[in-house]
Every structure is written in structure tokens, then in C-alpha cells.
Design a protein around this ligand. Structure first.
Ligand SMILES: [Zn+2]
Ligand SMILES: [Zn+2]
Length: 485
């Protein structure tokens, strides 16, 4: 699609969404009116599929993988099970181009076409963390159906230590589907289980974490995937330098035990025991990795912002990237997570928001997608897609990702001073206003409480309050799962 019309389409969609997308607090009647005809059909198809497909799970790994698709949303403190099955479907039956087939399931019904990269001014590969339920090969169709040019997945159930192996046919199924889809393996960014903490000092738990980690890397090798993203973990209260050394030591062993996958550290937003909230933590780990070609970094925009790295204005963005380059090195930057933030700057809260609606705002994303140094690396949305239907039930609307991908692509080369951009910016900020206010109040209230606790009790009381504050900050980031026991 030519850029201009892609932009127009994105805008049209946004406008339609402004009316149509389900804003939870809006009157139910409005909601039902707004719901698109397509998604109504989809959910009908789903209901029918549900009973039959949910039962016949083909592969071992599928059973618990159902939880996979909510993963991203768990990050955002939402979730339930019942709407997991849109993606719990048997291996896709090829032919994914026709839109009329009655056989279509939710995820295989294309919501948007992929934008050919040569029609964009910069080769920004933008996608989302899609479901791999029903077998990892299904993620390819799921990505394609939202028009993603990159995607993330979980390689196995991510909230349990039980992980049955891939079925023997999974790797070949995956490879052949990848080929037909014209995706290259380097745009896939698997995400590690939230339980894995490679900094774990306890011997037994450390072995458990490492085994799961290694198993994931072997899965990447088997599928031909070249990147693997994980959270550095938690120090468990021990010195940061030692924790970083434990991580690096595991990485060194893992690199020797696997072929070529690059282990990609994610920046975090917590403080205290959380590793990776500052660029220097990441640099420390990298410095101790023997094979530097096997290590990289994934920058999460929400985490960076909540950790105190500003990217809202062009100047702030440039400063943050310069700092990243100086401390870590741009050559290690292998991927991006594109999330707006429901929580304010430096709040250490990990609450993902839809693009343009949070405290980061559209300008931040304009900065990112117009940075030519970031071409060709996977950029993955982990924004909330859960919406409340007219019946009050929550469902996932993958159209939100499809639209956000087009929105972000439309920003490439767009004049940020233009009316077009300003209008978009205002419209999106308006949509997120209530939620920003709600979280801001929480943050303010907590700050007041902490200040009160710390103030009058003299040295001892202040120290206790500070300790408690540190702990809560760590917990605040638990939605991303770093604190693994
Ligand atoms: Zn993550
Ligand atoms: Zn997060």
C-alpha cells in the first residue's frame, strides 16, 4: 500500500476506533453499536469453534500454551482464561489470503495486510507479541493476520516449569509456514518465561531456571530463530555485580551449548533488586559475556520511560539513545518493545498503554520509528487489547494491534509539526486521559504515603520506610514477572 494511503487508512481507522473501540467506561449501548461487523462475525465463528477445537489439542506443548496469548496482557495486569481460545486452534490449513472462507478462525482472518517494507521510507519492522497456542507454527498466521512485519511469541507455557518438548513435526511445520509467509527468522523475537531468573543465587532454583532457559535456546535453534529475549532477573537482595556475574556465567555456558541464537537482555523499569533498570546493569552483564556476538539488548519504551529514561521529545530521545550508545553500545541493540505507559515518568511502574494514549504520547513513537538506525530490527507491540463487550465480558480485539501497526508505520516520514500529526496526537491523548489520571492519582497517593511514613519517625523510621518503599517498587514491576521467588 502506498504510504499516503496507508496513512489515510490508519487515520480513518483511528477515527472509526475513536467512535468504535470499546472504552470500558462508555455506555454499553454505544459499545454494541460500535462493535464492527467483522468482529461480530469473528466471535460467532469462535463460539462455534470453541467447543470442538479446544478439546482436540494436537501437540503436547499446546495444552498449557493456551495461556500464552494472554501473556502480553498479564503484563498489563489483566486476564482471564475464556477468551484464550480464539487462538487455540489446530495447525492452520494453509491458504490464508482469502477473506471469504467460512473456515476462517479469528486469528487466520486477516485484519490487515502486511505493509511491504519497500513502500515505507524506512524499513521499520513493526509487529506484536502474538499467540502461539496450538503450536508455535500458528504464530506465523497470527502475525500475518494483523499485518505484522515482526513478532514475538512464547516458545512454551510461560508461567510453569513444566514444558513438554516440541512434537517431532513442529520445527518442519514452522519452517515451511515461515517460508510461505515470506517472513525471515530474524524478525521473530521469542520471549522467555517470566519465571526464569538467571541471577538466582539458590543452587537448585538456579539449575531449574537455567534448564528452562537452555531448553528455550534449543527450541530457537530447532526453529532457526536467531533472537531470544529475556528479563535479566532479580538480585534477590545480593549485590548487583554478583547477580550480573551469575547471569553472564549462565549465558556463557548456554552459548557453548547452542548453535547461534543471540540472547537478548530486556531493560526493566523496577528499582531495588530488579536487574536491568539501568543501562549500566546491561553493560555489566555484556562485559562479562565471552562471545559478544551472542548477546544483545531489547529496549522496551515503557520500561525505559518508567525507569527514568525520557524519549518524549526529539532532544530527550536523542539524549537517551546517546546514553545507551555510550553505556551499552548501539551495536547491541537488537529489538524494541513498543509500549506506551499508563504510569508517569520515572514511576517504576510497569503498565503498558496503547500507542499515543499514555504518558509517552505519540511524539515518542514518532522519534523511534523515524530513527534510521533502528531499521530492520523487530519492533514488537505489547499493548493492551482486551476490551469489554456489550455483555460485560472481556475479549481480545486484535484489530487494535493491526491498527497500531498501521498507525506506527504512518508516522514514518510524517512531519511532526503538521496538522495531521497534531490532530492524531490530541485524539489519542484524549482517549487515554481517564486512565492516565487514574494511575497518576495512585502514584501521587503512594508518594504522599511514603513521604509521611518517612518523615516524622527519625532516622530509624525513615530507614524502615525506605526499605519498604524499595520492596513495593520491586513488586510494582512484578507484572512483568522478574521476581521469580
Ligand atoms: Zn518482557
Ligand atoms: Zn512490561
Amino acid at each position: 500500500m502506498p504510504r499516503q494511503s496507508a496513512r489515510q487508512a490508519a487515520q480513518a481507522k483511528l477515527t472509526a476506533e475513536a467512535i468504535g473501540r470499546v472504552e470500558e467506561k462508555v455506555v454499553a449501548t454505544k459499545v454494541s453499536k460500535a462493535k464492527s461487523a467483522a468482529s461480530v462475525v469473528e466471535s460467532k465463528v469462535e463460539v462455534n469453534k470453541r467447543a470442538t477445537t479446544k478439546r482436540k489439542v494436537d501437540y503436547n506443548e499446546d495444552k498449557e500454551d493456551e495461556s500464552v496469548k494472554s501473556d502480553v496482557n498479564d503484563i498489563n495486569d489483566i486476564k482471564e482464561e475464556e477468551d484464550d481460545e480464539p487462538s487455540t486452534k489446530p495447525a492452520p490449513k494453509k491458504r490464508k489470503t482469502t477473506t471469504t472462507s467460512s473456515k476462517k478462525t479469528d486469528d487466520s482472518m486477516p485484519l490487515a495486510a502486511r505493509t511491504p517494507l519497500n513502500t515505507l521510507k524506512l524499513a521499520m519492522k513493526i509487529g506484536a507479541h502474538v499467540s502461539a497456542a496450538g503450536g508455535v507454527q500458528n504464530s506465523i498466521t497470527n502475525a500475518s493476520s494483523i499485518g505484522a512485519n515482526a513478532f514475538a511469541i512464547f516458545l512454551k507455557p510461560h508461567r510453569t516449569w513444566k514444558y513438554p518438548p516440541f512434537s517431532p513435526e513442529t520445527p518442519s511445520l514452522f519452517s515451511s509456514l515461515l517460508k510461505t509467509s515470506t517472513y525471515t527468522p530474524d524478525i521473530i523475537l521469542p520471549h522467555a518465561s517470566y519465571l526464569i531468573n538467571l541471577a538466582q543465587p539458590d543452587k537448585e532454583k538456579s539449575t531449574q531456571a537455567y534448564s528452562s532457559f537452555l531448553d528455550d535456546l534449543k527450541r530457537c535453534d530447532a526453529l532457526g530463530i536467531t533472537l531470544y529475549n529475556f528479563h535479566p532477573g532479580s538480585t534477590g537482595g545480593l549485590p548487583m555485580s554478583e547477580a550480573c556475574a551469575r547471569i553472564a556465567s549462565h549465558l556463557n555456558t548456554a552459548h557453548k551449548a547452542t548453535k547461534s541464537v543471540i540472547t537478548v537482555l530486556e531493560n526493566m523499569c523496577g528499582s531495588g533488586n530488579i536487574i536491568g533498570s539501568s543501562f549500566s546493569d546491561l553493560a555489566t552483564i555484556i562485559s562479562l559475556v565471552e562471545d559478544k556476538s551472542r548477546v544483545g539488548v531489547c529496549l522496551d519504551t515503557c520500561h525505559a520511560f518508567a525507569a527514568g529514561y525520557d524519549i518524549r521529545s526529539p532532544e530527550a530521545y536523542a539524549k537517551t539513545m546517546r546514553e545507551f550508545d555510550e553505556v551499552v553500545g548501539l551495536k547491541y541493540l537488537k529489538a524494541f518493545h513498543l509500549n506506551d505507559s499508563k504510569a508517569p515518568f520515572s514511576s517504576h511502574r510497569d503498565l503498558h498503554e496503547n500507542i499515543g494514549q499514555g504518558f509517552l504520547g505519540l511524539r515518542a513513537f514518532h522519534n523511534v520509528v523515524n530513527d534510521e538506525r533502528l531499521q530492520n530490527i523487530p519492533m514488537v507491540l505489547e499493548t493492551p487489547i482486551e476490551v469489554k463487550g456489550p455483555d460485560g465480558k472481556k475479549t481480545e480485539d486484535k484489530k487494535i494491534w493491526a491498527d497500531e501497526i498501521k498507525l506506527l508505520e504512518s508516522l514514518i516520514g510524517m512531519d511532526a509539526e503538521s496538522k495531521e500529526f497534531k490532530d492524531l496526537e490530541v485524539e489519542l491523548q484524549k482517549k487515554g486521559a481517564a486512565e492516565r489520571k487514574r494511575i497518576q492519582e495512585q502514584v501521587d497517593k503512594k508518594a504522599d504515603k511514603d513521604a509521611k511514613k518517612a518523615a516524622p519517625k527519625g532516622k530509624k523510621g525513615a530507614a524502615a520506610a525506605a526499605k519498604k518503599k524499595k520492596k513495593t517498587e520491586e513488586e510494582a514491576c512484578d507484572s512483568c514477572g522478574e521476581e521469580s521467588e
